[in-house]
Design a protein around this ligand. Structure first.
Ligand SMILES: Nc1nc2c(ncn2[C@@H]2O[C@H](COP(=O)(O)OP(=O)(O)O[C@H]3O[C@H](CO)[C@@H](O)[C@H](O)[C@@H]3O)[C@@H](O)[C@H]2O)c(=O)[nH]1
Length: 274
């Protein structure tokens, strides 16, 4: 396990010192932490980490594994031990506790260290590390939260089953109507957060455990007045393993979004009648 302080070789590169101080990352991904939640991804993980370190050799990875029965956690430990540059870290959690909880643990780990930008990415190859520079370019151009979006012009879906696409588009339409947020892919899990966003949006009050965590955080960022932008990406259906989407995940999202929408309407009403 490679927990603890960033290892030797993790010093801030001279050319990126200004960038890190101003919250942006270097061209090779210096000062970026890519958080990858995993549950049963033993075959996918080495591939995605390898691709990531070709695309952004200066970035660090934090694998957040929920004691995957297939041994993904041990695979992650092996990758960390093999990486002479100390760029791979692993957080082991005791049980499967949902995507949102895994990200919260990963963000807390990253915020305790000096990463300028914290990235979310799936382990299964759906998100292409080769497209991460699109997100980082937008951060470096001034955005606070950048969402790799399937549903803006230029965004693409490859091999995603029709029922998943319909579910995803339906969830986005529902969230947009309920919350009034002008984000086309608010459920997307390919994102880059400037660390100030995560510092400010009160992560300790986040209740969403599953995939509605994505909606929750984007909505918090919008409400806090951050500059939230979308850049087009290609989302490719996984070839190995299975999605962890479930009825419980969908029900939680439906109910949570309804609650946030209602709360926000009541707040607006309260402000108007004062
Ligand atoms: N640690 C941990 N990881 C988890 C858990 N549940 C899922 N993951 C990990 O989270 C990533 C995404 O899970 P998938 O189950 O592969 O997601 P998907 O069905 O392809 O869902 C896609 O669409 C969602 C809805 O738009 C997105 O929210 C999600 O990020 C992704 O893009 C994978 O790396 C998976 O191993 C969990 O409980 N714990």
């Amino acid at each position: 396990m490679a927990l603890g302080e960033p290892a030797a070789g993790d010093e801030r590169p001279a050319e990126s010192a200004d960038a890190a101080a101003s919250g942006v990352v270097g061209k090779r991904g210096e000062r970026a932490l890519v958080v990858i939640p995993t549950f049963n991804e033993r075959e996918n993980l080495p591939v995605i980490v390898g691709r990531l370190h070709v695309a952004l050799p200066g970035s660090h990875v934090l694998v957040v594994d929920d004691s995957s029965p297939d041994g993904t956690g041990e695979v992650a430990d092996g990758l960390a031990a093999e990486d002479a540059d100390g760029r791979i870290h692993v957080l082991h959690r005791t049980e499967k506790d949902g995507l949102g909880k895994a990200y919260l643990a990963g963000f807390a780990w990253g915020l305790d260290r000096e990463y300028a930008t914290i990235i979310e990415m799936d382990a299964d190859g759906s998100h292409a590390p080769e497209q991460l520079h699109r997100l980082l370019d937008a951060v470096n151009a001034g955005a606070d939260l950048v969402i790799g979006s399937r549903y803006v012009p230029g965004g693409r879906l490859v091999n995603w089953p029709r029922h998943r696409e319909l579910l995803s588009r339906g969830a986005n339409t529902y969230a947009r109507l309920a919350l009034g947020a002008r984000v086309h892919d608010i459920t997307a899990g390919f994102r880059a957060y400037r660390r100030e966003v995560l510092d400010k949006i009160e992560l300790d009050t986040v209740e969403s455990a599953g995939y509605c965590f994505q909606i929750d955080l984007a909505w918090r960022a919008v409400r806090a007045g951050f500059d939230v932008r979308e850049v087009p990406i290609t989302f490719t259906e996984r070839e190995i393993g299975e999605s962890k989407m479930s009825g419980g995940v969908m029900t939680e999202a439906f109910l949570m979004v309804a609650r946030w929408g209602l709360q926000s309407r009541l707040e607006r009403f309260g402000r108007r009648s004062r």
